[in-house]
Design a protein around this ligand. Sequence first.
Ligand code: SF4
Ligand code: SF4
Ligand code: FES
Length: 487
Amino acid sequence: MVEIFIDGDRVEAEDGQTVMQAARASGHVIPFFCWHPSLSVPGNCRICMVEIEGDGTAAGWLDIACNMPVAKGMHVLTDSPRVRARRKQMLELVTLNHPVDCGICDKAGECTLQDYHYEYNGEPSVSRDVKVRATKHHDLSDRIVLDNERCILCSRCVRFTREISKSDGLGIQNRGDHSLVRAVEDGSFDRDPYSDNVIDICPVGALLSKPFLHKARVWYLEPTASICPGCERGCTVKVWHRKSAWKLNRLDPAANARIDRVTPLENPAVNGPWICNKGRDLARIFERPRATEAMLKGSAVAPQTALDVARALIAAARHPVALVSSWGSNEELAAFDRALAARFASHVKADWLPVPGERIEDDVLIKADKNPNRAGALARFPALPVDPRAAFGADCDLVLVWGEGFASDLLPASAKVIRLDAWRHADNARADVFLPITVQTERSGHYTNFAGVVSPFEACFAKPPGVADAEALFAALALPLLVEATT
Ligand code: SF4
Ligand code: SF4
Ligand code: FES
């Protein structure tokens, strides 16, 4: 431990820490643009300037906190008049050629340049020179647009592709006020499955998401804590949607129940501050056409009718088998276990397999198993054999299929079928009984990831009429069986 003093407070810093790290750990605020806790330290933006007080034998000096190691007895001032004056000068330099077009910038409301300008400068430009123009709308990739006039050349995006995603997909061309962030020409940034993290870490509105571009002002949105179901890593995410106070009544009410964007929910035990692009695209998974009607052999019926027929099938079956979802929450798995596991021979199936072109696995985050709660399901039930016919046996007379990913053609021809699914699939209509269930954004629960870490997710949208939680359905399906068992 190293004893230092920050703004007069005694701080026990760790050996090897920088002043920035010690200050943050002890609750002292120092602004930063180029520094990021998970990246190397370039020390190029100079906004983190602090004052080191002299000790009578040596004069004090100004230095950057992000690259200055702590030293025993050091006295640091984070907000002295000299510090504030230097930060003001740095902001004048940073905004010299910046367009200050916050009114049309998606980053407005989340931009540290805005925040620091108002904190340390707050005055109109002192420059009389015409601003240097640069590319206003550069297609950095299929997913990201770059506004070079807003770029403050902090190099966070470049370092991310070198140090985290390892695609080396970005660099900075030219020098001085001709400098431009550009993607390398071999397409590696387009292929980088983690590319959208640069949008989050860009401290200004230079890197913006194409799907989210000009879709919503961030102050109309709020995040709900959730989990990406894209693989068994189970990255924790924020699902952003419209605040209830800002719901639209007549103009585009569909926007009220829409996922506007997905960003990482920092979690050192699972994904750190990052997610992959599949996690950004959760709307593509959750907002597929929904199954909302209960059916008997493809004909819509009242939910209670379907439930009654399913109960009768379960009561009559002699050798029923259940295929358990690896997208079910721990709570749903427990509910199935409580209500129906004694009645069925149960096996855990894969709801999702890798799709063509998808990265299968790497040493950053992405895992080969594309199901979020396989570990939670396997803690209760055995895995479905590689040849699923081995699970059914010749005398199987009923199969309950929970979740998607198991084609009707693979089921025993003579067995009755009960299906529970959230999305519209042709196989739904082939089941003897089909019951529509909620998706993850309509319920709360927990998943257990491949490493055994349990994370929660919360509901953010109302469930559609006619759709039930699987947890409630399992209890309802078991009701006659419980009655039978007690009589
Ligand atoms: S685009 Fe953003 S993250 Fe990249 S160098 Fe410019 S300001 Fe920094
Ligand atoms: S690594 Fe897996 S869990 Fe994490 S965001 Fe990507 S697909 Fe989702
Ligand atoms: S944050 Fe220290 S120089 Fe940029």
